[in-house]
Design a protein around this ligand. Structure first.
Ligand code: 5GP
Ligand code: ZN
Length: 137
């Protein structure tokens, strides 16, 4: 898509530190890493967010996450890694071309991504589950 920075990266029109490439997927280092080795995985074909991603690309994305995740851990000496994928501004999505963050993590690095809360009751929790179930297609 014209004016999409990640489309331009996948097409080689903007330079990037490439980590992985297949017919459908491209992976490159994040310019502002949480930890060095922080990698972004994108489909080459533009999709704004996860809801717009053709599901048949899911397998290619998961294979890339496994391959890149293991390689990032080995290259950085990380003890684990997070896969993070933001949808919409409220969720922190800045670039509107769907992408998965592969973030290497180290024992005791102290990073925390969210604070958790509690439901008022089991009934309230079950009601929430029912509301979600009712909207599935
Ligand atoms: P988001 O907040 O949308 O989930 O993440 C977008 C990520 O893309 C950010 O972590 C940001 O550092 C990274 N980013 C934005 N522009 C560029 C760029 O031109 N090149 C690279 N390598 N990373 C970028
Ligand atoms: Zn794009």
């Amino acid at each position: 898509m014209a004016d999409c920075i990640f489309c331009m990266i996948a097409e080689g029109k903007i330079p990037s530190s490439k980590v992985f490439e297949s017919d459908t997927v491209y992976a490159f280092l994040d310019l502002n890493p949480v930890h060095k080795g922080h990698t972004l995985i994108i489909p080459k074909k533009h999709a704004k967010d996860l809801l717009r991603l053709p599901p048949e690309l899911g397998r290619d994305i998961v294979e890339a996450m496994q391959n890149v995740g293991r390689a990032v851990m080995e290259a950085t000496g990380a003890d684990g890694f997070n896969v993070i994928q933001n949808n919409g501004r409220a969720a922190g999505q800045e670039v509107e071309h769907v992408h998965w963050h592969i973030i290497p993590r180290f024992d005791g690095d102290g990073l925390a991504f969210w604070a958790q809360t509690k439901y008022e009751s089991m009934d309230a929790m079950n009601a929430m589950a029912a509301q979600i179930r009712a909207r599935l297609v």
